[in-house]
Design a protein around this ligand. Structure first.
Ligand code: IPM
Ligand code: MG
Length: 358
């Protein structure tokens, strides 16, 4: 029997509610294919701070590094808003990405036919959209130094540093081209090369890498235009390759093509076996304990784990099909509720999706 060890980092807010459902669905997959998933739970984010005075304890890092894959819920709660920046819950997310060298963040935005009508955009624009955002995750202005807030010329002054090594650009570009080869063989590299030096280097290296991928079509777009084009005509995109901060912003925008942040999974990959899977939504502390949050993003994240870490593509397909059947049968969490559909709680929809793994 195949056995996989998964580090389970539920985190804060509704993180536990959504990962509980993802675990349920993984167990259903385990039963179907006689595969065992072992879960080791650790704290991350605000709950870890409460216990250990740090949002990212050593033990959590160790467990994550030893596991076959990491499944994460979400971090953050308003009650930690006043903490110093070094110990805020979000720091744990940045920290674990860096510690595990998870430089490649895959954020698919797929508009399933069952949900075309919940997008705030016209159906004709979003129907059949399937975009993969490949976001660099361990560099850029997120991690650049020097940075700080200080007094200069008798006033407060703050600065961060947007920077990339060519090796960092090269490896994420290779990831994007490899991903595109499995899809429609189109990469659109998004930057701000009309203004930023960092983007000029980005373009140069992406162009160089593209020479080894002659079968993939490469285009470039400025980030402001890309933000507009994603809304105007999302179907023009196959793979969007971009840096950390632009990818952060464009992936939230892309989620609205699908209609809810509660639907989008993500995978964060390294150049070895380490990988982390998480919904792109946050911890939604206002919804905590209400059994209303949408677990589909977390469930699809578990699906991405099966595909990218364990190479069980057919089990990933099972999960997508189970989610789509559940939606076709009219079950909806509050964020995607529509007239005539059945309003369904978090754990109930998780049960139904698990039962649809057959
Ligand atoms: C994301 C989030 C994080 C980011 C925050 C919580 C640090 O917005 O995963 O997109 O900016 O990367
Ligand atoms: Mg974000």
């Amino acid at each position: 029997m195949n056995k996989y060890n998964i580090a389970l980092l539920a985190g804060d807010g509704t993180g536990k509610e959504v990962t509980d459902e993802a675990v349920k669905v993984l167990k259903a997959i385990g039963n179907k294919y006689s595969t065992e998933f072992d879960f080791q739970e650790e704290l991350i984010g605000g709950c870890a701070y409460d216990e250990y005075k740090t949002p990212l304890p050593e033990k959590t890092i160790r467990t994550a590094k030893q596991a076959d894959a990491v499944l994460l819920g979400a971090v953050g709660d308003w009650k930690y808003d006043k903490l110093p920046p070094e110990v805020r819950p979000e720091r744990a997310l940045l920290g674990i990405r860096k510690e595990l060298n998870l430089f490649a963040n895959l954020r698919p935005a797929i508009v399933y036919p069952e949900l075309t009508s919940i997008s705030p955009l016209k159906e004709a624009i979003v129907s059949d959209t399937d975009v993969m955002i490949v976001r660099e995750l361990t560099g850029d202005v997120y991690f650049g130094t020097p940075k700080g807030i200080e007094i200069r010329n008798n006033e407060k002054y703050a600065y961060n540093n947007m920077c990339y090594y060519e090796s960092e650009i090269r490896r994420i570009a290779q990831t994007a081209f490899n991903v595109a080869r499995q899809r429609n063989k189109k990469v659109c590299s998004v930057d701000k090369a009309n203004v930023l030096d960092v983007s000029r280097l980005w373009r140069e290296i992406v162009t160089e890498v593209s020479q080894e991928y002659k079968d993939v079509e490469l285009t470039y777009m400025y980030v402001d235009n890309a933000a507009m084009q994603l809304i105007r005509n999302p179907k023009q995109f196959d793979v969007i390759l971009t840096g950390n901060i632009f990818g952060d912003i464009l992936s939230d925008e892309a989620s609205m093509l699908t209609g809810s942040l509660g639907l989008l999974p993500s995978a964060s990959l390294s150049d070895g076996n380490l990988a982390l899977y998480e919904p792109i939504h946050g911890s939604a502390p206002d919804l905590k304990g209400k059994n209303t949050v949408n677990p589909i993003a977390a469930i699809l994240s578990a699906g991405m784990m099966l595909k990218y870490s364990f190479k069980l593509d057919y089990a990933y397909d099972d999960i997508v099909n189970a989610v789509r059947k559940t939606l076709r049968d009219g079950f909806r969490t509050a964020d995607i509720m529509q007239n005539g559909m059945k309003l369904t709680g978090t754990s109930q929809i998780g049960d139904i999706i698990s039962q649809n793994i057959i």
